[in-house]
Design a protein. Structure first.
Length: 135
């Protein structure tokens, strides 16, 4: 699962994650959670795994996709500057080029980080007080 891979690679403890409300991540606003029979609820795999691991799973507010703008911007950058520009010979080639792209991208200055690179931001803040995660 992707969450386990993030935990394995991160040089810090993952205390919380924030996702949009897509059915891939949660059924909090849809599906079985809207049922009147509360005994028939089932959690999505990510919700269940977060619960097992004591990780808080925050969701953007329903109907507020702008809250997901940073992620969407990153996806657009990936699409335009990596996937649309290259042809990959294999899954291994894709993984290699994505790794190179991420190293490059995380050393670019970003306006949303007050001109810092993501790597500088992480080093400086040590993720002690992550943004947009309520206490």
């Amino acid at each position: 699962m992707f969450l386990e891979e993030v935990i394995r690679r991160a040089p810090f403890a993952i205390l919380a994650i924030k996702t949009d409300n897509h059915a891939t991540f949660t059924n909090y606003y849809t599906g079985t959670n809207k049922r009147s029979d509360l005994l028939v609820k089932s959690l999505r795999a990510l919700d269940a795994r977060c619960r097992e691991m004591g990780i808080k799973h925050y969701l953007i507010d329903p109907g507020k996709p702008a809250q997901n703008g940073t992620v969407e911007r990153s996806h657009r950058e990936d699409q335009e500057k990596l996937y649309d520009q290259m042809t990959f010979r294999s899954a291994e080639d894709l993984r290699y080029r994505v790794r190179l792209w991420n190293m490059y991208y995380n050393n670019l200055e970003h306006c949303g980080l007050n001109g810092k690179t993501p790597n500088e931001f992480l080093v400086e803040h040590q993720l002690i007080n992550p943004p947009n995660v309520p206490a």
